[in-house]
Structure formats: structure tokens, C-alpha cells
Design a protein around this ligand. Structure first.
Ligand code: FRU
Length: 505
């Protein structure tokens, strides 16, 4: 990974073990400047990727890459919270912590999955089933990565306590970079399947197992799509094709970033088939398909074990970016998750495309619809623009005398964009002040934008989730007006607005 591990690791590890006691949500703590009020963030400290998203016995678990000792990347462990509705979260103690090895090096707990072992295939379950975490064990010495292999931990008390398997690692190919296992039960083959990445070779490699402990290599996929940055955090899942009952397709999604920043890639996906051995994309030569066109959507994975009758496929991504993530001007926490997104697959003229929509139940957080002048930093907005007549139109949000974030449609390029160049504090990193764009289908003559503003996170869902943009902003001013604008004053824009209620107790 990317960041230096402080040399005083050993001292800290031995002094601070007790810091991981039960933490309750405390309203003063969740009211810091820039703290999202309806997006998930841990109570304090640094977080990155969501890990082990799993629904189990009425609870949605979120584990996440977490530094228990500070608000920059380091000491990676799995933080933990649970929710009954994916909106209100209860903070729990660290689930799986970094540990020291007798040889003097340490092992961090990198990204991975949690599965429900329904038939006790692992032999770890005390009751009828249990939770098994499959994570990357990242061995390092004084911050220098030595080896990445895959390991297990298990829980027999609904994720409250975890034991690491005493025969870890379970999969070791003696490689420095080999990580981020996604595990799922593959019904057709009656086996567990693992998809993980060899990041620097732009490869997703597949393995199978009957007991989660012994793994056999299957096929590989890679070398196509966007290979300009290392590959991380794969996911592989099946989605019904909208409008074609009984038909499904597989999606392979990935994240790509680079330690030195530079051109940002974010997440990409492929549509195709998983045949029990490897993933075969429908189109191997097409231009890459990206998931989100903002700067801040990364490492997204989907929930395991959502009941079939529920039918939703829900993804949570990290609302930050490795280029500047460690420098964003927040304290005592640093980084939050994007809103949970419901995924579906739609036939378009260009082929099958992912549709991403905010969790439907987010509307339960709406206050009364706002009338007259709109302002606020905790809002949902529905914006409609008649683009047939417009040279360019949109809204300015978080607007004060000197600051604004612009979400608009540019008729010359047929793009929706977010301009955060004057959004407030942009000086903490040279790559932060940006205008980010996505081409849209302008043929209908109208665009609909569903916009979520949550203090330092702005998420835009274009045309019912055909495109999305997730971005962070750090306004310095207190004024936060919402002002529609239209280049040629043709009044073709309508805005509805709701305050969104805070989800912390
Ligand atoms: C992605 C990532 C993963 C890794 C984790 C470490 O953001 O680099 O590949 O497991 O973060 O924190």
C-alpha cells in the first residue's frame, strides 16, 4: 500500500490495545465541521474501503479499512458498525485488528469479504451457521510491505467478536501484491468462489473451495478495460437484465488508483458471464465502462446474503480518493462512505449498462418539502432541465458571496458536470480543485438530476441513475444557498428540495 507506517508502530500497538472498547454514538462527536449527517462515517479516525458487507439475522454489517490510532492511513484493521436499515448505524468495536508476529514484523488486515457459512463447510460454526471473514493479510516490516496472502477469521456471535484461524494464511502465492478477496457461494458449481487481484498485472484471479480453507486455482481475467492504474477491490455478481424475465448477466467491477495520484480512474466494470472458471466479457475491445464520474467513489463492493425475496443488489463505495484522501481538512474523523446504491442492469442502444440509484428508503429521511428560497447543507434536490432549449443550465449549491459548487449541463459538450473549483477549501492538494464531467444522452430533451448534499459530500444521480457523480467539497462560508441558473435565461429549470434528517442519535 501507499503510505508509510510510523516507526513507533510497536510502541503504539503495545500501549493502546484497550482503545477498542464499545463506543456509542455521541451527538457532539458527529457534529464536527464537514461531518456527513446521513452518510456513514466511523466515530473517529481514518477509514477507507468498505469490507465484508453482509446481511445477517436482521442486521446489515459494514466493516471497513480503519486506523484505530489516527486519522491518516496506517495500522489497517477492520472497523465495524451495524444497521437495521442501512441508514442509521451503530458503531461497534474494531472487529479484526492489526497484530504483531513473533518474527518482528506485523500483519495488517486489508480488504476482503464476509460470507455466511450456511452449512458449516468450514467447521468453524458452533450453531447452524456463522460468519467467516476472508481478508488479505498484509505483512510488513516498518512500513515496507513484504507479502500479501489471504486469511480467515470467524465469528459465532453475529460479528461481535472474531477469532483468527490458527492455520492462516489459507492462500499464499508468495507475492508482495495479491489482495482483496471477494468470496461468494456459487450455487451452480456447489462451491465457494474467490475473485482477487494481482494489482500490478491488471489481473483478476479466480479460486474455488469447498471449505474456505483449501483453495484451488481456476482461470484469470484481465489486461483489458482501463489498465492505466493498478487494479484493486474486485467484485463479481449476477444481475437480472431489466425487461427480460429470467435472463441474468454477471458484472465484474474493480477499482483503480495509483499511489502517486495523477489521472484518476475510480471504478470500472465489465458485463459478461462467469462460467465457474473465469469471467468472459461480452465485449473485450470496448472502451472502459466507468461506474461514477466524480472524483470520490472508490472500492465499492456489494452486500452478500441479501435474501432472494428482497432482490436488491446494494453497493457501498468509499467517498474519497487516494490522490488527496489523507489530506482532506477534517478532524477527528477522515473519510466517509457514499450512500448505499441499488444496482440494476439496463439495455441501452450502446449495450447493457449498470444503473445506480440511491437506496429507495432514503426518502424516509426527508423533512417537509422546502418552499421559496432554498438553502442548507443537508438536502435532497430534484432538478429538471429542459435541455432542448437550454445553452446550459443547472444549480449552484453551497453558495455564498465567494463560494459555490456548480452542478450543471453543458450544451456544447452534452455533459453533466460538477465544478468544485470555487467550492471552499480546495488548497490542501493540487488535484482537488476540479471540474468533472460525464457525457449524457441528450436525445430526450430533458435531464433529471437527483442531488444529495451532505455537508462535505455531494452525490448526483443523472436520469434515474444512468450516470452518477460523487464528490467531496469543503465550504468555508456558512451560507449555503441553492440557486438555479440558466445561460440564456429561458427559465427551463425546476428544482424541488427537501431537508434530509440526520441519522446519528
Ligand atoms: C484499496 C486498497 C486495497 C487494500 C486496502 C488497504 O483502496 O488499496 O487494495 O486492501 O486499500 O487499506
Amino acid at each position: 500500500m501507499k503510505w508509510l507506517i510510523p516507526v513507533f508502530l510497536i510502541i503504539i500497538l503495545s500501549c493502546s490495545k484497550k482503545e477498542t472498547g464499545i463506543v456509542t454514538n455521541d451527538s457532539t462527536q458527529y457534529s464536527e465541521r464537514y461531518r456527513p449527517q446521513y452518510h456513514f462515517s466511523p466515530d473517529k479516525n481514518w477509514t477507507n474501503d468498505p469490507n465484508g458487507l453482509v446481511y445477517y439475522e436482521g442486521e446489515y454489517h459494514i466493516f471497513y479499512q480503519y486506523n484505530p490510532y489516527g486519522n491518516t492511513w496506517g495500522h489497517m484493521s477492520w472497523g465495524h458498525a451495524v444497521s437495521k436499515d442501512l441508514l442509521h448505524w451503530e458503531q461497534l468495536p474494531v472487529a479484526i485488528a492489526e497484530y504483531q508476529n513473533p518474527s518482528g514484523d506485523s500483519t495488517m488486515i486489508f480488504s476482503g469479504t464476509v460470507v455466511v457459512d450456511k452449512n458449516n463447510s468450514s467447521g468453524f460454526c458452533e450453531g447452524k451457521d456463522c460468519l467467516i471473514a476472508v481478508y488479505t493479510s498484509h505483512v510488513h516490516k516498518d512500513g515496507q510491505g513484504k507479502l500479501q496472502h489471504q486469511s480467515l477469521a470467524y465469528s459465532n456471535d453475529k460479528g461481535r467478536t472474531w477469532k483468527r484461524y490458527d492455520k492462516n494464511p489459507v492462500l499464499d502465492i508468495q507475492r508482495k501484491d495479491f489482495r482483496d478477496p471477494k468470496i461468494f457461494w456459487y450455487e451452480t458449481g456447489n462451491v465457494w468462489i474467490a475473485a482477487m487481484v494481482v494489482p500490478d498485472l491488471f489481473k483478476v484471479v479466480f479460486y474455488k473451495s469447498t471449505n474456505l480453507k483449501e483453495w484451488t486455482a481456476l482461470g484469470e481475467f484481465g489486461g483489458i478495460g482501463d489498465t492505466s492504474k493498478i487494479w484493486e477491490c474486485p467484485d463479481l455478481f449476477e444481475l437480472p437484465v431489466e425487461g427480460e424475465p429470467g435472463k441474468t448477466k454477471w458484472i465484474l467491477s474493480l477499482s483503480g488508483s495509483h499511489p502517486a495520484g495523477g489521472k484518476f480512474v475510480g471504478m470500472q466494470y465489465f458485463v459478461g458471464v462467469f462460467n465457474g472458471n473465469t469471467f468472459i466479457p461480452d465485449q473485450s475491445t470496448q472502451a472502459p465502462l466507468y461506474m461514477d464520474f466524480g472524483k470520490d467513489f472508490y472500492a465499492g463492493i456489494i452486500y452478500n446474503n441479501i435474501p432472494k425475496e428482497d432482490g436488491r443488489t446494494i453497493m457501498i463505495g468509499w467517498a474519497n480518493n487516494w490522490a488527496y484522501g489523507n489530506q482532506i481538512p477534517t478532524s477527528t474523523w477522515r473519510s466517509a462512505m457514499a450512500l448505499p446504491r441499488e444496482l440494476s442492469l439496463k439495455k441501452t442502444a450502446a449495450g447493457l449498462r449498470l444503473i445506480q440509484q440511491p437506496l429507495k428508503t432514503i426518502s424516509s429521511l426527508r423533512g417537509d418539502e422546502m418552499k421559496g428560497e432554498i438553502s442548507g447543507n443537508q438536502l435532497e434536490l430534484e432538478v429538471e432541465i429542459d435541455i432542448a432549449k437550454s445553452k446550459g443550465a443547472g444549480i449552484k449549491i453551497l453558495k455564498s458571496e465567494s463560494e459555490e459548487t456548480i452542478i450543471g449541463y453543458d450544451a456544447t459538450t452534452q455533459e453533466v458536470f460538477i465544478d468544485r473549483t470555487h467550492s471552499g477549501d480546495v488548497g490542501f492538494h493540487k488535484e482537488f480543485a476540479s471540474i468533472d464531467r460525464v457525457k449524457i444522452d441528450a436525445s430526450t430533451g430533458k435531464i433529471k438530476l437527483q442531488v444529495f448534499v451532505d455537508h462535505s459530500i455531494v452525490e448526483v444521480f443523472v436520469n434515474n441513475g444512468e450516470q452518477t457523480l460523487c464528490e467531496q467539497v469543503f465550504p468555508l462560508a456558512n451560507d449555503a444557498r441553492v440557486i438555479p441558473y440558466s445561460e440564456n435565461n429561458d427559465g427551463v429549470i425546476s428544482v424541488r428540495a427537501w431537508k434530509i434528517n440526520r441519522t446519528w442519535k
